[in-house]
Design a protein around this ligand. Structure first.
Ligand code: FAD
Length: 425
């Protein structure tokens, strides 16, 4: 007998979060003929990973970026999945099923009318007010950011609405609410990237050429090459600093983010392949060497990338917009000052900022770091609340492939819970 008390023919699941974990859970459930309400708070599906570039050199580096693109397309083409962008869970009750309320921020760009022509972005006088999605499969491809839009500041501008040839834009719309019911919930709200402004000594936000690995992913995805942010000139030397916001036990960030060694090495490798004149150096504590292909990959990277087992003490501006990293030599005898064009901070994976309030609403627990706690460490998907399951980095740091695998596991557990799949004996 399954654990679900009610007897419905068509089951429905609320999936919270439209990153790769939420997309994968939704897709796997739809394939089991379960209806899905996929709720995403931002204007685009795909989460962090849809912003990543392909890191292939002569061969695929298995970074996972293309699987996000593929899964996104599968989800938007799947009729059993209802997508609500700009929406968040605001209320939840349980009477057998889960009854829930969503707050809905209007998209203001009608996806049925928008043809992705980009006239809105071209004509907009305010920087950042029209945002383009990272994937051509984001529907709609454009969104309006109220924080930068002059219409929301003082009502002074409707240029995009007037210019849109399809009349797809209606700026003046109110927030709304929607209520519905579901038989189970998957929490896939992902992670917050570590905020480098909290480590002021790295100079992020002060020196233009100090960027995060997430910034670099976006630059590579959008421009395909690395230019110095300060002047858009080509660069010769790029440094990666590892473990920014990870493995700092004194600051309660004692955990390893699991992905930074591999993503930095893949990015450095991809950059060296695209621009052989650009030399990459990785400053690291130790390399978290995991996975059966990793040792070979590490050896291959050592042919092109310089690895320095030290954390720089200081970063300060040098001549011609360069950055000087100060570190001690490997024998810890002399101080070395070395100039780089760009410094990339390999920021880690932190728990979502709204995890505590969502955990309250769902009546589930958080772990000691603030990630959602699973009630079965050998499974990783069930929570202390029956019918509520976890997927992806909402539960713990992990890469794209592991997020997808855990989402598949969550879908399988949900299906067992709903009785649409036999329980193992
Ligand atoms: C700099 C960097 C580079 C990386 N590079 C790689 C790489 O090359 N390869 C790799 O395999 N992994 C990489 N990773 C890890 C990868 O980003 C994660 O594995 C992946 O993004 C996890 O997906 P997710 O769905 O769990 O979370 P997310 O990508 O964070 O998606 C969560 C989604 O949920 C939404 N959401 C959050 N809260 C709510 C809410 N309350 N209601 C509704 N929606 C909500 C968010 O807006 C977001 O869209 C990298 C990580 C970082 C930080």
């Amino acid at each position: 007998m399954n654990e679900s008390s009610h007897n419905q023919t068509s089951k429905k699941v609320l999936v919270i979060g439209g990153g790769i974990a939420g997309l994968s859970a939704a897709y796997e459930l739809a394939r089991l003929n379960v209806d899905v309400d996929l709720v995403e708070k931002s204007s685009f599906l795909g989460g962090h990973a849809i912003q990543f570039c392909c890191k292939a050199d002569d061969e695929c580096q298995k970074c996972g970026a293309c699987s996000v693109e593929k899964r996104l397309l599968e989800v938007i083409e799947e009729p059993r999945i209802k997508i609500s962008l700009g929406s968040e869970l605001t209320g939840l009750n349980r009477n057998g099923r889960f009854s829930y309320t969503l707050s809905l921020r209007p998209l203001r760009i009608d996806p049925k009318k928008c043809t992705n022509c980009g006239v809105c972005l071209e004509k907009c006088p305010s920087d950042g007010a029209i945002v383009r999605g990272y994937s051509k499969n984001n529907v709609p491809l454009y969104a309006i950011d109220q924080n930068h839009c002059l219409f929301f500041k003082d009502g002074s501008c409707k240029v995009c609405q007037d210019a849109c040839p399809e009349k797809a834009i209606t700026l003046d719309q109110d927030n709304s609410q929607a209520s519905s019911e579901a038989d189970a919930i998957v929490v896939a709200t992902g992670f917050e990237a570590f905020d480098p402004l909290t480590r002021s000594w790295y100079g992020y936000g002060i020196h233009k050429n100090v960027i995060t690995a997430l910034d670099l992913e976006r630059i590579l995805r959008q421009k395909g090459e690395v230019l110095r942010p300060s002047d858009n000139n080509a660069c010769e030397k790029i440094a990666f600093i590892q473990c920014v916001g990870s493995r700092e036990p004194k600051l309660q960030h004692g955990f390893c983010s699991q992905v930074c060694c591999t993503y930095a090495m893949r990015m450095a490798q991809a950059i060296s392949h695209r621009s052989p004149e650009l030399k990459a150096t990785i400053f690291y504590m130790d390399i978290q060497n995991c996975g059966k292909d990793f040792p070979d990959f590490y050896m291959k990277c050592k042919e092109n990338i310089r690895f320095v087992r030290l954390a720089p003490y200081d970063i300060f501006p040098g001549e011609e917009d360069r950055l000087i990293l100060r570190y001690s030599d490997e024998k810890d005898v002399h101080l070395v000052d070395e100039a780089f064009d760009i410094v990339v901070l390999s920021i880690g994976i932190m728990p979502g900022l709204s995890n505590a309030s969502l955990a309250d609403l769902l009546k589930i627990d958080l772990d000691e770091y603030g990630f959602f706690a699973c009630s079965d460490p050998l499974d990783g998907t069930p929570t202390s609340q029956k019918g509520v399951f976890l997927a992806g980095t909402a539960q713990a740091p992990k890469n794209i492939a592991d997020s997808m695998a855990q989402a598949g596991q969550a879908a399988y557990r949900v299906a067992q819970y709903l009785g649409v799949m036999p329980c193992p004996k």
